[in-house]
Design a binder for this molecule. Structure first.
Ligand code: SR1
Ligand code: MG
Length: 419
């Protein structure tokens, strides 16, 4: 009999005997583990993901590997990221009920989470490449980002709880360090793990020579490492969202950490912008403008829902140490004035993080399928160049991009010949 406290990666063959005694799985799948069907379905960069089906139902078993799956065992990575993912999922479920899959079981020693199987749900990035519409996408994502940002921060939590929360999630430093290097730094020099399409060599050379841009990227990194403002999802891209045409769930918060409020907002917008820019390669000409138009509407709805929900929480749930009522409402002064200033600061940061994420997904490790799936490398290069230039504009011009309309007009108007 194996010692259950010694970590061992699962395989589809061994999973039924290893987890066959778990009551929660038996309840969900039906109690004869020899009749379970197991498939390894993980296509992410880090973990094993198993779909387990039984006579009664199905569940997902996600297990961390002790290394980065994408690269192999030459890049070790702590198993405790499963613990942080579990902790983040519980908080997200509390702060925005219905937004994440339900956790059925967590095993710290085996670094595994058993969770609800999201039947019929597909990774949002694949839906955007396929041209599928999702009802209320922007509104739902905007509300999720606002609720988790507000309710994990000093605007809402008692001060000691917030400090303990920050302390807990600072333990996820290995994953944070991936973001610090791969996202904020590697795109801006010839780092070892980088790769890019040679069709964008010229654009990349100019980008890496732009000292103002690199300075701004480092200022944004400073915010990421030093502004422990709220609990972030930490990796909120379109591969971290699963949908049907009318249901939306956020998954995979293993990069959860305390960081600046604009981070998740900027990451999600970046991935929608990349979906938008890559559309000419994925749509028939007659469908292009309507689908691109829909993605623009999703971004508009997302920003509006974020602002609306954040504002609602500001007026109804502001009970932490920041912006206390004693300074505003109690003095008969409108709390909407500091709210506007706070929202402006979040917006400006989000624009910067958006530009950074657009750069890293074409230059550093872990590119995204929106561009990678385009076979014609010259055509792909044109779109990637547009993406890189748009990202630079968002980073450099962010103090002057007043609102979502100004942001969307930059997305729509920046072309390769602008450089
Ligand atoms: C080595 S991990 C590379 C990327 O995969 C994850 O999904 C994160 O986006 C990370 O930056
Ligand atoms: Mg992930």
């Amino acid at each position: 009999m194996k010692n259950p406290s010694i970590y061992e990666p699962l395989t589809p063959e061994r999973l039924p005997s290893r987890l066959g005694n778990l009551e929660v799985l038996n309840n969900c799948l039906g109690d004869s583990s020899d009749r379970w069907k197991v498939e390894e379905i993980g296509d992410g960069n880090l973990n094993l993901v198993f779909l387990v089906k039984g006579p009664k139902g199905a569940a997902i078993v996600k297990q961390a590997l002790p290394y980065v799956r994408l690269v192999g065992d030459s890049w070790p990575l702590p198993l405790n990221r499963a613990f942080f993912e579990y902790q983040a999922l519980i908080r997200q479920a509390n702060r925005d009920p219905g937004s994440v899959p339900e956790v059925l079981h967590f095993d710290k020693d085996q670094a595994l989470i058993v969770m609800e199987f999201l039947d019929q749900h597909v990774i949002l990035r694949n839906m955007l490449i396929a041209g599928t519409y999702v009802k209320n996408l922007g509104t739902r994502l905007g509300a999720f980002i606002a609720r988790t940002a507000f309710r994990g921060s000093d605007l809402s939590l008692p001060i000691i709880e917030r400090k303990n929360e920050t302390k807990l999630f600072l333990g996820n430093h290995a994953l944070c360090n991936i973001t610090e290097s791969l996202v904020f730094t590697d795109p801006y020099y010839d780092a070892e793990l980088n790769s890019h399409n040679s069709a964008v060599d010229g654009v990349v050379k100019k980008l890496r020579q732009n000292i103002k841009l690199k300075t701004e990227a480092q200022l944004l990194l400073t915010k990421f490492v030093a502004n422990s403002e709220t609990l972030l999802h930490g990796d909120l891209h379109t591969g971290s969202v699963m949908c049907t045409e009318d249901s939306i769930r956020v998954i995979d918060p293993e990069f959860a950490t305390y960081g600046p409020m604009g981070f998740d907002l900027g990451m999600m917008l970046a991935n929608l912008v990349m979906a938008y820019i890559s559309q000419p390669a994925h749509r028939k000409p007659e469908d292009l403008s309507s689908y691109q138009g829909w993605i623009l509407t999703v971004m508009k709805d997302l920003v509006a829902a974020f602002q609306e929900e954040f504002s609602k929480l500001w007026h109804s749930e502001r009970q932490g140490v920041l912006f206390p009522k004693s300074l505003f409402e109690d003095q008969e002064q409108a709390a909407s004035i500091p709210l506007q200033a706070k929202q402006r600061a979040i917006w400006e940061d989000a624009l910067g993080f958006c530009g950074i994420e657009m750069h890293r997904r074409t230059l550093s490790l872990a590119h995204n399928a929106d561009f990678e799936s385009i076979e014609d490398s010259i055509f792909r290069g044109k779109l990637e160049a547009q993406n890189l230039l748009t990202g630079s504009r968002l980073i450099l011009e962010r103090p002057y991009i007043a609102d979502c309309n100004a942001f969307l007009s930059i997305i729509q108007s920046t072309k390769e010949e602008d450089q």
